[in-house]
Design a protein around this ligand. Structure first.
Ligand code: DAT
Length: 176
């Protein structure tokens, strides 16, 4: 089947919890008028959560059901998809994948402020140290569409928004 070209790109914002995905997605959605798709919220809203995982104190995501829900949303482009995982989305959904990164001390402070403790805190810090999401993105999407964004400071936050806005403008010049 021939896939119809999108007139606006779909963007995936991924990374360890606490790196700043929602902050970036919210500001970017305000600037671009793209739709911000918070996968965790969509999963709750559309009942895509299965039984409880006692180890992490959170429910399992029913990925197939979520993908069915999201397929229609992403079809036309102009979406910012925000999630701490990226290997289960269809590769064809995304034109640009941005992996947000934060140094250990800042991430520790942000997650502690969020109330994370013990194993949940340690696992998320390890996830960032081992570049788990970066590797997941690099193994799931073409390398030329995957970009890392350091997001430790307010200055970096604003420059990251500008980087993505400029990327969107370039994509439009090259694709429509
Ligand atoms: P995520 O959606 O990846 O879990 P978030 O957007 O909720 O992360 O951000 C976690 C916290 O960090 C939140 O209190 C906002 C803050 N934050 C995000 N980006 C930042 C930045 N560049 N500089 C300082 N604080 C930032």
């Amino acid at each position: 089947m021939e896939t119809r070209k999108r007139i606006s790109p779909n963007i995936l914002i991924t990374g360890t919890p606490g790196v700043g995905k929602s902050t970036i997605s919210r500001l970017l959605a305000e600037r671009t008028k793209f739709a911000w798709r918070e996968v965790s919220k969509l999963a709750e809203e559309y009942n895509c959560l299965d039984e409880y995982d006692p180890e992490y104190n959170c429910p399992f995501l029913n990925e197939d059901k979520l993908l069915d829900v999201m397929e229609g949303m992403v079809a036309k482009g102009g979406n910012i998809v925000d999630y701490h995982g990226c290997d289960f989305f269809p590769e064809r959904w995304f034109d640009g994948v941005f992996v947000v990164r934060t140094n250990n001390t800042s991430l520790y402070d942000r997650l502690t402020a969020r109330g994370y403790t013990g194993k949940k805190l340690e696992d998320n810090i390890q996830c960032e140290i081992f570049e788990t999401l970066l590797e997941e993105a690099q193994s799931s999407y073409k390398p030329e569409i995957v970009q890392e964004l350091q997001n430790n400071t307010e200055d970096q936050l604003h420059s990251n928004i500008n980087t993505i806005v400029e990327w969107i403008e370039r994509w439009k010049e090259e694709n429509i």
